[in-house]
Design a protein around this ligand. Sequence first.
Ligand code: PLP
Length: 279
Amino acid sequence: MYVYLNGDYLPLEEARISPEDRGFLFADGAYEVFHAYEGRFFRAEGHLQRMARSLRELRIDGPDLDQLRDVAETLVRKNNLEQGNAVVYMQITRGAAPRKHAFPPNDTPPTVYAKAYPHTPPRDLQEQGISAILAPDIRWTRCDIKSVALLPNVLAHQRAKDSGAHEVIFVRDGMLTEGALTNVCAVFDGRLVTYPKSPYILAGITRGAVLELCEMLNVPVEEVPILEKNLPRADELMICNTTSEILPVTRVNDNPVGNGKPGPITRALQQAYREATRS
Ligand SMILES: Cc1ncc(COP(=O)(O)O)c(C=O)c1O
């Protein structure tokens, strides 16, 4: 497996990062996850623009976007991943420097790392649906930045796994914000409801695609919070992200969502999303 590190393509075993890297010491960096279908990235531009935004917000001076696009494409080619599905993980940190909270000198180069690997979207979960648990959203109030500082997400997601669920859905002030690694949408009386873009959620690329597909399918959308107290009235619930696409949520905290089966709007969106990734 060839990975990219600071200008070089090299076998993963040979890739070395300094123990003084600020990604390691402070989680001082941003990341992106791209999904390639038969060698073609879905919404690459959206992911690149979001990486640029994350870096801007963190005041990290990263490479230009053409260079990052080229890295992602080259990794897919070099690792023979043009057939089937592949994921590219890309991370940029503020670089390596003696540990001080203040930014390192301006000439400290960022660390740029990327890796590509084969990926199979979870077709069985897309079909059957998943269960989720709710947990308090104890994250910071800049969840719009795709930062590598994911400890609250990791701990909450593990709580879901420990209880036999697939994902955790965070609740802030009585409102469902998003999952540990997914955005959340519900359906109430034929309308799709999802938390508005704000500092409390990551503006998912898949979420954006879902909202566009709703327009195409004539499903009305309301970007307003889903209230926890209204969950028992939801007809459908789904989570979405780049790697899993759209997963129906059929149980929350052991209670069925709607009739406990994936609903028709979820199904229509899954179908339309699959077609969009092929076109
Ligand atoms: C916290 C969080 N929300 C939402 C998403 C979904 O984003 P995307 O659709 O761009 O993969 C992710 C993806 O990793 C995430 O980590």
